[in-house]
Design a protein around this ligand. Sequence first.
Ligand SMILES: [Zn+2]
Ligand SMILES: [Zn+2]
Ligand SMILES: [Zn+2]
Length: 148
Amino acid sequence: MLTVEDILHAIEDGGYRATGSRRRLLETLAARGEGFTAEELVGEVRGVGRATVYRTIRLLLRQGLLCKLTLQDGAPRYSLSRVGHHHHVVCVRCGAVRDFRQSVIERILKDLEVGEGSAVVGHRIEVYVVCPGCREAGVATSPTAATG
Ligand SMILES: [Zn+2]
Ligand SMILES: [Zn+2]
Ligand SMILES: [Zn+2]
């Protein structure tokens, strides 16, 4: 489980400065698990300019310290990545997010043929589901219930 301190160290290890603004931004992110849109962060973190917020988001994404969640409607949401590299399973009905990792996917993507001269340096995967709670609420949409 990564703490704000761990993430500040990782920022410094990456050759960037762990400024007071960045610390405040991280502490804000840490306080709300379900994350923020970039604009919500700008409004929430007092005294930190919009440009700094966006720059820090990009930096954290590049270092794998931030989760970016692209929902089907609305702006992407960001939350601290607390477990290292992972992916998300998102319920399309209620928006519930679960983390997952699967080594077989990592191996496939690492060895993916992406064209001559290119090297894979990262990836992002989101899997969209209807969660058990939402399936119960609407049984007709369950794929296993469909008989054709
Ligand atoms: Zn995540
Ligand atoms: Zn759901
Ligand atoms: Zn992966």
